[in-house]
Design a binder for this molecule. Sequence first.
Ligand SMILES: NC(=O)c1ccc[n+]([C@@H]2O[C@H](COP(=O)([O-])OP(=O)(O)OC[C@H]3O[C@@H](n4cnc5c(N)ncnc54)[C@H](OP(=O)(O)O)[C@@H]3O)[C@@H](O)[C@H]2O)c1
Length: 312
Amino acid sequence: MRAAISESYGKIEDVVRVSTVDEPDLRPTDLLVEVRAASVNPIDWLIVTGYMRVLSEAAFPLRLGSDGAGVVRSVGSEVTGFDVGDHVYFRVAPDRTGTFAELVAVDAALVARAPASASFVEAAGIPLVALTAWQGLTEQAEVSAGQRLLVHGGAGAVGAAAVQLARHLGLHVTATAAAEDAAWLQGLGADRVIDYRTQAFEDVPGEYDVVFDTVGGDTQKRSYTVLARGGTLVSILGAPDAEHLGQLFGVRVRPFFMRPDGGQLARIAELVDAGALRSRVDSVFSLEDVREALTRSASGHAKGKVIVSAQA
Ligand SMILES: NC(=O)c1ccc[n+]([C@@H]2O[C@H](COP(=O)([O-])OP(=O)(O)OC[C@H]3O[C@@H](n4cnc5c(N)ncnc54)[C@H](OP(=O)(O)O)[C@@H]3O)[C@@H](O)[C@H]2O)c1
């Protein structure tokens, strides 16, 4: 079968290629899925460039791709609850990547039925970002209805999921984003949008109960003052000096990595079908053009998800 692989760490254009590889082995707890669409996440090209090797060394040749949607082709001997032909979506385990391919094997515990109202292209863009937003809001910040939330990077894939899920959970949502994305974000449920290019977000001290940071750096440093005492800073980009700054400002600091979770994806599929969460597609690339897809995501300015499809 055809699959995107990386031969070593390096620049996307130098080390990523599409190759003919063996079909994946099916473990007893796995589903073998015909991938109809897969989405690019920053983690995919951060692994290729070697940025993630401080946390985990990659084994080469490395099959690429973390998020996928497709049709179950076969079911492992110990799997219950799924049948051949089911439409599913998933974020694979970090040590078993490979959704930029015709077939992928994935542990059934990480899989859920795809939202009935979403195309494969739309469904493929949901798992990693929606799980990140859901876990950040409900497990890290432990949000409750009525709280005031600031989402940094509201127009990004994770940010937009956080805006929508927070709105669904009854929070008052402010997002930072470029002015051109303001109307779209308000359509998703943001109560207020601050143009990060021209406006400061930190005019009112203690304005928010929770900050969900998908931008990091200086934006994160400037965020401590906008939190009420006892508030929570959730970061998906790490949090330098978290202990010291948390104590200084009297806030909880929660940097975290998302985890794949089929049970949560089943709940998220219900929210998609109820109209509470929409996926925005920036562009669709064929599998053979996977380098262009990774490069588009790495620009940092895609408007929604970049999709790779062996059938595009
Ligand atoms: N810890 C985890 O588990 C986890 C999970 C998922 C993602 N991540 C990380 O989170 C980051 C975001 O991921 P993503 O998939 O959402 O990326 P993305 O779709 O590329 O979105 C990036 C967004 O950030 C916006 N942005 C850039 N600078 C900004 C600023 N100063 N203020 C406000 N918005 C700004 C961009 O807006 P413009 O278009 O205006 O430039 C863009 O909308 C990545 O670094 C990724 O590696 C971590």
